[in-house]
Write a protein that binds this ligand. Structure first.
Ligand SMILES: C[S@@+](CC[C@H](N)C(=O)[O-])C[C@H]1O[C@@H](n2cnc3c(N)ncnc32)[C@H](O)[C@@H]1O
Length: 255
């Protein structure tokens, strides 16, 4: 019997796209996806979004409020697009950490940052659910297209809030839910027909891109994610829809 003050039971299964899988199995399945797509990740991003991901990331970077000398974490940072922009904002006197759970993605990110002359960025293999950083050590945390893949998003948001300094900001850039019905119809057709076909053609892997389309549909909508950020203790939470809500940038502050 459940007592009134008991925490709600943790579900034994979670979404992996449209499949229900054992909670303990999801991270391994996500790892297989990114192990498979890592060599094609950047070219596929450009092809799938026709380059728009660069604009979404640029907008995200324009909202960080970072100043030279400050510290920033790009979590689930993959090949390092956001980390590169953060490093330019904080300059040589600042600190940027690129963290990702997946070694294949992290290695590609590290190589790209080195190629761009950014040798000072720390690359750390880490799980968003339990960040290996002390409390209150970053002025800004970004997570771009990463939260959707995390098993326990509540734990991840709490972990991100924990590492933010008072006055620090979390920015969550993620696929969301189109707010214009006409956009939703075209976008549905595009994601379930074109994305897996592009995946098969370029990365020889359609399943990973079907997972992409499905995981986007299963991800909380704009209002639900806002509520999760508030529940993690963040304040002043708000979001900006991009491309009619196909993508949204959620922001929240720790005080
Ligand atoms: C779609 S990629 C996004 C990469 C990059 N942020 C970007 O915007 O291009 C998602 C990344 O999330 C990482 N990821 C998935 N689960 C994670 C977790 N629990 N903790 C940290 N990173 C995770 C994956 O390894 C992958 O590199």
């Amino acid at each position: 019997m459940t007592e009134r003050n008991d925490p709600p039971p943790v579900p034994e299964t979670v979404d992996f796209g449209y499949q229900q899988v054992a909670r303990a199995a999801k991270a391994g399945k996500v790892r297989e996806v990114f192990d498979s797509v890592a060599p094609y990740y950047d070219v596929m991003n450009d092809l799938m979004s026709l380059g728009a991901h660069r604009l979404w990331k640029r907008f995200t970077l324009s909202q960080t409020g970072l100043r030279p000398g400050q510290a920033a974490l790009d979590l689930a940072g993959g090949t390092g697009d956001l980390a590169l922009g953060l490093a330019r904002q904080v300059g040589r006197s600042g600190r940027v950490v690129l963290a990702d759970i997946n070694l294949a993605m992290l290695k590609r990110g590290r190589d790209r940052l080195l190629d761009a002359g950014m040798a000072g960025i720390d690359c750390v293999q880490a799980d968003a659910e339990r960040l290996p950083f002390r409390d209150a050590c970053f002025d800004c945390v970004t997570i771009g297209f990463g939260l959707r893949n995390v098993t326990d998003r509540t734990a991840a948001l709490a972990s991100m809030a924990r590492v933010l300094r008072p006055g620090g900001q979390l920015l969550v850039l993620e696929f969301s839910h189109p707010v214009v019905p006409a956009v939703a119809t075209v976008y549905d057709a595009y994601s379930f027909a074109v994305l897996p076909a592009l995946g098969r053609l370029i990365a020889r892997d359609s399943a990973s891109y079907r997972y992409l389309a499905e995981s986007i549909r299963k991800f909380p909508d704009q209002a639900a994610l806002l509520e999760m950020m508030r529940a993690a203790g963040l304040e002043g939470c708000r979001y900006h829809n991009l491309a009619g809500g196909i993508v949204a940038l959620h922001r929240g502050w720790r005080y």
